[in-house]
Design a protein around this ligand. Structure first.
Ligand code: AMP
Length: 420
């Protein structure tokens, strides 16, 4: 195939077997989010570039290296969204949703980042996320974490997963801490990576989650954020921890977990797995009380998370087989016409029907087998003459002539109960 007709690097076709898993994850996450009172919001995949420049900051990897950014034919500067929260915040402001606070929203869909592709990391990937807007109390943090935990548990993927939890305090805590951190690191610039030296001026908090071995060594002796927490911030975090305890949600405190942007505060958390190598983060979130006001909206608290569907697919146990179909095999034109109607009648009774039109009987039976069909219904000219159909119970290897007028009732009954 010519180069240009392949999928774009880092993007993939989701073939039925994988797409079925995606659908399952989204269904479980949607159903459970709704139990927690979240409602769906859908925002466009294309957004104005300015939205992400303002929400992600101009030093983040996403903004500096990873955005699919282009100018359209009308001259508008646009981006394929790299994440979902900014779009939700924009919609909140544009649509005047402040009058409906508090709001609990969930979203899902494709996101785009031009990262280096590898297992669990794609340039088009899918996220499912929830946001609670307008609740300042730690109960909202507990609720979103509980919802995420419950989804991962229902999907059966918790085996290799740990919840990492931290607080980055309120802005007073962070300002006090930044001062101490910068004072400590300024003396050791020569031991820091080039990136961290740059961050020392622009965004010192982000140095804490550096992966560089030299940086890590310097950080072992660094002041700790928890020692700079104000009383309010400490109390807020204690409440979150207590709530998780009451709900028996296990976690580890991870002091290195931070978010480098000013609008984040208080709780940050991440569910990580040991099963996916370097791409260990599967669900990440936190509190962002300053985001909406930074975008020009009314001061509104927010807390939420997003998980990567592509990564959870990798952890998912085998799914139970989808509902087994009934294969209808008409032989000849008259039977084909009859089968069309019969198939519709059975489908309107909630049965899954496969109509096999081509090939000889043996070939069609083989296909029915391959599809995992529970029954095959053979309609040939002999059967039509007698106004019956030959129903084969594929699991038992038995067969039975059923009058055509009884077929719907007979099959509806026997496909909910195993044939005896
Ligand atoms: P983030 O928006 O970076 O906090 O990411 C939230 C979640 O999305 C992560 O925990 C991952 O599960 C997933 N994710 C982020 N980037 C990618 C990617 N390039 N490919 C697949 N999943 C991703």
């Amino acid at each position: 195939m010519s180069q240009s007709l392949k999928t774009v690097k880092g993007m993939r076709d989701l073939l039925p077997e994988v797409a079925r898993k995606f659908r399952h994850i989204e269904t479980v996450a949607t159903d459970l989010s709704q139990l927690y009172g979240f409602e769906e919001i859908q925002t466009p995949i294309l957004e104005p570039t300015a939205l992400f420049l303002r929400t992600l900051g101009d030093t983040s990897d996403i903004v500096t290296k990873e955005m699919y950014r282009f100018t359209d034919h009308g001259g508008d500067d646009l981006v394929l969204r790299p994440e979902g929260t900014a779009g939700v915040a924009r919609a909140f402001i544009n649509e005047g949703l402040a009058q409906h606070l508090p709001l609990k929203l969930f979203y899902h869909g494709p996101m785009f980042r031009r990262e280096r592709p590898q297992r669990g990391r794609y340039r088009q990937f899918f996220q499912f996320g929830v946001e609670i807007l307008g609740v300042e109390k730690p109960q909202a943090d507990i609720e979103v974490i509980a919802c995420g935990y419950r989804i991962l548990k229902s999907l059966g993927v918790l085996g290799t997963v740990t919840l990492h939890l931290n607080t980055i305090g309120d802005s007073a805590s962070r300002n006090a801490f930044k001062e101490k951190l910068v004072a400590y690191l300024s003396d050791k610039k020569d031991q820091l990576s080039k990136e961290s030296v740059e961050r020392l001026e622009k965004n010192p908090l982000r140095i804490l989650d550096s992966k560089d071995a030299g940086d890590k060594a310097v950080l072992t002796g660094a002041p700790k954020l928890k020692d700079s927490l104000t009383e309010e911030a400490q109390l807020f975090f204690n409440n979150v921890v207590e709530g998780l305890g009451i709900l028996e949600i296990p976690y580890v405190i991870d002091e290195r977990l931070v978010r480098g942007l000013d609008y984040y505060g208080h709780t940050v958390f991440e569910f990580t797995t040991t099963a996916l190598g370097a791409q260990s983060a599967i669900l990440a979130g936190g509190r962002y009380d300053g985001l909406i006001s930074d975008l020009g909206g009314p001061k509104t608290s927010g807390v939420g998370w997003a998980f990567g569907v592509d990564r959870i697919v990798e952890l998912l146990p085998e799914l139970p087989v989808a509902k087994k179909p009934i294969a209808i095999i008409p032989m000849g034109p008259e039977a084909e016409t009859m089968a069309l109607k019969l198939a519709e009648d059975l489908r309107s009774n909630g049965l899954s029907i496969e109509l096999g039109f081509s090939g000889n009987l043996a070939k069609r039976m083989k296909r029915a087998d391959k599809l995992g069909a529970s029954h095959a219904v053979i309609l040939g000219s002999d059967e039509i003459a007698k106004q019956v159909a030959m129903v084969k119970f594929l699991k038992l290897g038995t067969q039975e002539e059923v009058p055509i007028r009884d077929l719907v009732a007979r099959l509806s009954h026997s496909s909910t109960k195993e044939p005896s």
